[in-house]
Design a protein around this ligand. Structure first.
Ligand code: ADP
Ligand code: ADP
Ligand code: MG
Length: 651
């Protein structure tokens, strides 16, 4: 076994790898960028090396600097995590040439599967069913369009270098092909530096079912059952589970056989995932699944497999990379119960899931699970840490296990409901709504489910009167929990209240809320929001299932799995805002202005697309917030920061 490894990654996956390495008595070296100097993975590792600036191109993608750090610290091997350099065969070659071990497959295996088109050709040869489509070399639009016609609409255009759902466009009608193609190419070029695409038949009622495989350097390859990742939003996984609901013995046998065959065809070593698309329009049939791609790394959603198999996949990675055989024979790998994983992101479901940034002023995960169930939270951040624009905005993965699907899903819904984040918008309420959705619960989930129910799942009801009252009280400073039995000590901090009435001014979603607060002789407060119901509340009340977190300039109230962020009104700041006028649109996050579709003097209507902002490697269309005439608009190709004015309207 290695005595020391370097983890060439950050965030939750770096922390995850460090945990297993420590359990195995292997020392760990973390690497970090400027933005991550105080990150959790740095604190957890035995040693840490600074590798450069905050942008990934200056740090986590600098293979040479990372290898030098491994040499300098005497590490034997490098674990790449996922993303970053994990599927970069050139990096694997450099690691090996430096006399270090890459904890993952060979450069050849990665090359074989790196491009979706070549991988499909290879799998076809190996006798694995592949998605019907065109995966040849030609890239001319006339050829691709005629191939699309041959395949039959709807089709899916995919970046051959794609990953993370980027560079992908579904096309339903030939007229839309050209536009979709240029969109896919643009996104692919930006994300992968390669704009070549393939065209596939868009599978009917698609379900994404993937098989976890594991190989070693002795030619062994096993599978650890399947995961279902059909709960997707724009081709990105939201909730994953294992096993797949409704899986039959026949389909499982066919899929796992094909997956092991695929792994063996490339002499695969280490953890890998074979992703299949399944046509579930007529139930799950053993002849209706096709290879989509192989991910030659540890997958984000690997914990659900660990929960049902009891295998620590990172431990297996270290053992196999250090020269051991796959630790278990196929027949000794068993499946027990059901597991779910929900990806908690800093993003705003109400604004088309725009990635968010912010400081996690309050962060709390549930730890206690109902009897018979387990909760596991994988995270790389602590309270006080920032979600920066430089990296993936994932905050945590909330994982649950139970004896059956319904119990595990209940545990998941409960766990995400009890997750509290203040300081950044998150998708927590969306995850809870999805986990409680009756169609999701039925297990008949295709990749279109979220899209069809998006409005329902992202509905954002207003705060209750109680939440408003709690926020108002907290805004006046009465936030310390009343923990003591001694009534005098709990009152001491609020002496300034005396019997005086105070007025709290808050704003929620742009609307002002005024509340009147009076201290009562019993140490509690009468809180009366104007035009609303009055409440008697204790200071710092975590009242009737609601909790309150105060942070600079804000109060966040958590109630029934939803969080309500109230800004404490600062009259001076507000005056400045109003002076600026309401007739401008600002960048919701840092990014690049990719396309500008309107010009100065144009008369535009509300909802009309004005420009495309590329942020976090995804394109976001910015639409007019109201009717008006444009007096100023951002320049195509310009880099903008959070809050930059993108569009100004004439008065
Ligand atoms: P896929 O959708 O191909 O199954 P995943 O959902 O596991 O893959 O991850 C999506 C892609 O984005 C992968 O290329 C993965 O390596 C990358 N990725 C996901 N999350 C992160 C992250 N937090 N940091 C870096 N890369 C990430
Ligand atoms: P990525 O590398 O971005 O993960 P994939 O090829 O794995 O790309 O596809 C991502 C997702 O897009 C799949 O999980 C699935 O939901 C959807 N998808 C891919 N191919 C098809 C297809 N041919 N028909 C329907 N949906 C598809
Ligand atoms: Mg994929």
């Amino acid at each position: 076994m290695f005595s020391k490894i370097l983890i060439a990654n950050r965030g939750e996956i770096a922390c995850r790898v460090i945990r297993t390495a420590r359990k195995m008595g292997v020392k760990t070296v973390a690497v970090y960028s400027d933005a991550d100097a105080r990150a959790l993975h740095v604190a957890m590792a035995d040693e840490a090396v600074h590798i450069g600036g905050s942008p990934v191109s200056e740090s986590y993608l600098r293979g040479d600097v990372i290898i030098a750090a491994a040499k300098a610290t005497g590490a034997d091997a490098i674990h790449p995590g996922y993303g970053f350099l994990s599927e970069n065969p050139g990096f694997v070659d450099q690691v090996t040439q430096a006399g270090l071990v890459f904890i993952g497959p060979s450069a050849d295996s990665i090359r074989a599967m790196g491009l979706k088109d070549a991988a499909k050709r290879l799998m076809e040869k190996a006798g694995v069913p592949v998605v019907p489509g065109y995966h040849g070399e030609a890239q001319e639009i006339v050829i691709l369009a005629s191939k699309a016609r041959e395949i039959g609409y709807p089709v899916l255009i995919k970046a051959r270098a794609g990953g993370g759902g980027k560079g992908m466009r579904r096309v339903d009608h030939p007229d839309d092909f050209a536009d979709a193609l240029s969109g896919a190419r643009r996104e692919a070029k930006a994300a992968f530096g390669d704009d070549r695409v393939l065209v596939e038949k868009y599978v009917d009622k698609p379900r994404h079912i993937e098989v976890q495989v594991f190989g070693d350097n002795f030619g062994n390859a096993v599978h650890l059952f399947e995961r279902d990742c059909s709960a997707q939003r724009r081709h990105q996984k939201v909730i994953e589970e294992a096993p797949a609901p409704g899986m039959t013995a026949e389909l499982r046998a066919a899929m796992t056989d094909a997956a092991v065959k695929a792994a063996k065809a490339i002499k695969y070593s280490g953890a890998g995932t074979i992703e299949f698309i399944v046509d579930a329009s007529d139930g799950l049939k053993p002849d209706r699944f096709w290879f989509m791609e192989m991910n030659t790394r540890l997958q984000v959603e690997h914990p659900v497999t660990e929960m049902i198999s009891g295998v620590d996949l990172v431990e297996w990675q270290l053992r196999v990379a250090s020269g051991e055989q796959v630790p278990l024979a196929q027949e000794d790998i068993t499946l027990s119960g059901h597991a779910f994983e929900a990806r908690l992101y800093a993003e705003d479901p109400a604004k088309g899931f725009l990635p968010a940034i912010g400081t996690l002023h309050h962060l709390s995960f549930p730890s206690e699970a109902a009897p018979g169930t387990e909760i596991r939270v994988e995270t790389g951040v602590r309270q006080g840490d920032a979600i920066s624009p430089f990296y993936d905005p994932m905050i945590a993965k909330v994982v649950t296990h139970g004896p059956d699907r319904a119990t595990a899903l209940d545990a998941l819904a409960d766990a995400v409901t009890r997750t509290e984040v203040a300081g950044s918008t998150t998708n927590a309420a969306f995850l809870a709504a999805l986990a409680r959705d009756p169609d999701f619960a039925s297990g008949d989930v295709d990749t279109g489910l979220i899209g069809r129910k998006q409005d329902e799942l992202t509905a954002a009801p207003p705060p209750s009167s109680r939440a408003i009252a709690l926020a108002a009280l907290a805004a006046t400073g009465a936030t310390a929990p009343v923990a003591s039995d001694d009534p005098w000590s709990s009152l001491a901090g609020y002496a300034h209240f005396n019997a005086l009435a105070r007025r709290a001014t808050l704003s929620f979603g742009g609307a002002d809320i005024v509340a009147h607060i009076t201290a009562r002789p019993d140490g509690r407060f009468d809180v009366r929001p104007e035009g609303g119901e009055a409440f008697v509340l204790a200071a710092g009340a975590s009242d009737a299932g609601a909790t309150v977190a105060a942070w600079p300039g804000h109060v966040t109230v958590f109630e029934n799995g939803r969080s309500f962020d109230f800004a404490i009104s600062d009259p001076f700041a507000r005056a400045a805002e109003i002076g600026e006028g309401t007739s401008s649109m600002r960048a919701p996050m840092p990014g690049l202005v990719k396309l500008v579709r309107a010009a100065k003097g144009d008369k535009v209507t509300k909802g009309q697309p004005l420009l495309v902002l590329e942020a976090m490697k995804m394109e976001h269309t910015i639409t007019a917030t109201h009717d008006g005439v444009i007096s100023e608009i951002a320049i195509e190709g310009s880099q903008v920061t959070d809050g930059t004015v993108l569009v100004r309207f004439e008065d």
